[in-house]
Design a protein around this ligand. Structure first.
Ligand SMILES: Cc1cc2nc3c(=O)[nH]c(=O)nc-3n(C[C@H](O)[C@H](O)[C@H](O)COP(=O)(O)OP(=O)(O)OC[C@H]3O[C@@H](n4cnc5c(N)ncnc54)[C@H](O)[C@@H]3O)c2cc1C
Length: 588
């Protein structure tokens, strides 16, 4: 049976040795009173226990049983409801939530690692709680005091859950096309009418209420995305004394039958004049929703890392046990009929690729968590602005690169098992199916690439890029003779030159950015991981134990075997858009 154990050693290494999180927490007053190294350690230990003992055991059975729809009601697989109750009572949904309403106020650096454990243990289960945490974040940032006081405490406790209602059948990437309407009622509420599709956790039996955050258009709203407003629509209306009242007019019409994350209910939601309340300002709903969407983008990126880690752990165990053929240099286990497959170069290539990509991703997620903490808690305005800029620049990379490399890793993990990776028993095929959606939802990876190159690099002519590049150069300048300094600077220089080239060429041809965007995002991702691996290598240098030695060896593998991928990507990104438009639509 597949097993999952949270990679605690690596998480601690990142927090304490690479990013010195305790020192950061100490200097941010809002965090200093809540967390230190010992508390962080205790939280991670407990999270690891929950992921292993409560959540992971439901992964396989959840996949086999799936979520079920019956006459508007959705039933989650056996065990999910009890586990979600325990999880909520433990405060995990509000781990990084606002303490004023019952959240624990923990730093994002810690919560990204916690989320990785949950996705690694059981991606379907994790989605219910991360959607709730994201909805809480948006409500906390944009809703009135009355709405916050009414909804946040029960959501943090896990008694109520959240959902994100954006997509409609004809409006996915282009939300400006949505048709859901919001008509003002006389009491200050709104009547919401329309149909949303693909809504994760839109209906479920885990919680007694579900709080939908819904994008809709007010009468006379401007067309397109400038006319979208955000509404809070509860499944069950809440009385003034906080008790539950009448059922609201929102119902689940059906759930999707899909490739993976089968225990996560993907719902068609019908709003038939449902009562809702405006969150934030009229027609500014998309901007408000971005608070939740940015949270979910990083979170879904982390789904890629979590699934890849699970796949890696099981692939390593299998490769140590499975005996096939002799090692190229001659027998290693003379008493056995064959050697373990971990002796073969190609199996090592797959395992090291998984290890280097997953640990690189974990480092980058923790690094982003650090900047989210600075952006939220620093008392220095310039420092906050700098971190906000970095988070804006790097979030699309986290979403798309973590998930593209997450799928690559899960496919390698499956391959290590040979035919046994294709059948159910070993769990590898489920991971491939479960991770695949992470490239699609929360904005497809193609849309993330356009966001990165178009909005985050071209629009401001590289201002945000220069902050990141400056940080890497300053890092190298501290110890210029280090093993990886030269190659890191070389990759950065190539990315910088490509950025300047695309900034220039995109001014004259509107097709160029779209043609280069996905390759550009990958080049950026590999360069960002090179920065992470250089930081991890510096932290591991001079330490003789096996963990730190393995870190250094993996850093070498990353620089020698994975970073060179940028060479072919750069060639492709520079070719331009013309070759994409030689064929007429009919010629495909
Ligand atoms: C299992 C599941 C769970 C989901 N959960 C939720 C949820 O909780 N809430 C919610 O609101 N939605 C949810 N979604 C919807 C999801 O976010 C959308 O499917 C996704 O954003 C893509 O939209 P679409 O499916 O309409 O594809 P389309 O927008 O039609 O895109 C089709 C293809 O065209 C490409 N494309 C589109 N526009 C452009 C462009 N301008 N330039 C280049 N390429 C472009 C896309 O990248 C994609 O490859 C979920 C979907 C699934 C399958």
């Amino acid at each position: 049976m597949p097993e999952y154990n949270a990679p605690l050693r690596d998480m601690r290494f990142l927090l304490t040795e690479v990013f010195d999180a305790p020192a950061l927490w100490q200097r941010l007053p809002a965090l200093a009173e809540r967390i230190d190294a010992d508390i962080a350690d205790a939280v991670l230990e407990e999270a690891a226990k929950i992921s292993r003992e409560l959540v992971a055991p439901l992964n396989r059975s959840g996949d086999e049983q799936g979520a079920q729809w019956n006459n508007g009601e959705v039933t989650t697989p056996n065990g999910f409801r009890d586990a979600y109750g325990i999880y909520g009572e433990g405060g995990w949904i509000g781990l990084a939530g606002n303490p004023q309403y019952g959240g624990m106020g923990m730093p994002k650096m810690l919560s990204v690692q916690f989320e990785e454990m949950m996705y690694g243990a059981n991606a379907s289960f994790a989605l219910y709680s991360t959607l709730s945490a994201g909805a809480c974040l948006a409500i906390d940032a944009h809703a009135s005091e009355a709405l916050k006081a009414t909804y946040l405490p029960a959501m943090y406790e896990g008694r109520w859950a959240g959902s994100m209602c954006l997509t409609e059948a004809h409006a996915g990437s282009d939300l400006g096309l949505i048709r859901t309407r919001a008509e003002p009622n006389t009491d200050g509420s709104y009547a919401i009418t329309g149909t949303k599709v693909f809504i994760t956790g839109g209906e479920q039996d885990l919680t007694e209420n579900i709080i939908h955050l819904v994008l809709a258009k007010l009468p006379d709203a401007p067309t397109g995305s400038r006319g979208i407003s955000l509404f809070l629509v509860p499944k069950v209306l809440v009385n003034a004394d906080q008790s539950l009242g009448d059922r609201n007019q929102v119902h689940c019409g059906s759930i999707e039958h899909k490739m993976g994350i089968k225990a996560s209910a993907t719902c068609v939601m019908n709003f038939d004049g449902a009562v809702g309340w405006l969150v934030g300002e009229p027609n500014k709903g998309l901007a408000a929703m971005f608070t939740m969407m940015n949270y979910e983008r990083l979170s879904i990126g982390i789904q890629g890392i979590g699934c890849a880690e699970n796949s890696y752990q099981n692939a390593v165990s299998y490769a140590r046990e499975r005996l096939q053929s002799r090692a190229p240099g001659g027998p290693q286990q003379h008493d056995k009929a064959a050697d373990p497959i971990i002796a073969h170069p190609d199996v090592r290539r797959m395992l090291l690729t998984m290890k280097a990509l997953t640990e690189g991703g974990r480092a980058f997620a923790t690094y982003l968590g650090q900047h989210l903490d600075i952006a939220k808690f620093s008392e220095v305005a310039t420092e906050r602005a700098r971190s906000e800029g970095l988070v804006a620049l790097l979030t699309p990379i986290a979403k798309a690169f973590f998930t593209d490399t997450g799928l690559e890793s899960c496919v390698h993990g499956q391959q290590v098992f040979g035919g046994h990776g294709y059948i159910r028993e070993w769990g590898q095929e489920q991971l491939v199916r479960d991770v695949r959606i992470s490239q699609i939802y929360e904005g497809t990876n193609g849309i993330q690439a356009l966001d990165l190159l178009g909005r985050k690099v071209l629009t401001n002519e590289g201002t945000l890029f220069n902050i990141f590049a400056g940080e890497i150069r300053a890092f190298v300048a501290q110890v210029p003779q280090e093993a990886f300094s030269h190659r890191l600077l070389e990759a950065l220089g190539q990315l910088e030159a490509l950025s300047h080239y695309l900034i220039k060429i995109a001014r004259t041809n509107p097709y160029e950015a779209g043609a280069a965007a996905v390759d550009y995002l990958h080049i950026f991702g590999y360069t960002a991981y090179a920065y992470m691996w250089a930081r991890m290598a510096r932290a591991a240098t001079g330490k003789e134990d096996s963990f730190h030695q393995a870190k250094l060896a993996t850093a070498h593998f990353y620089f020698d075997r994975l970073l060179p991928r940028i060479e072919s990507l750069i060639s492709a990104a520079r070719v331009g858009s013309a070759c994409l438009y030689v064929l007429d639509a009919e010629q495909f």
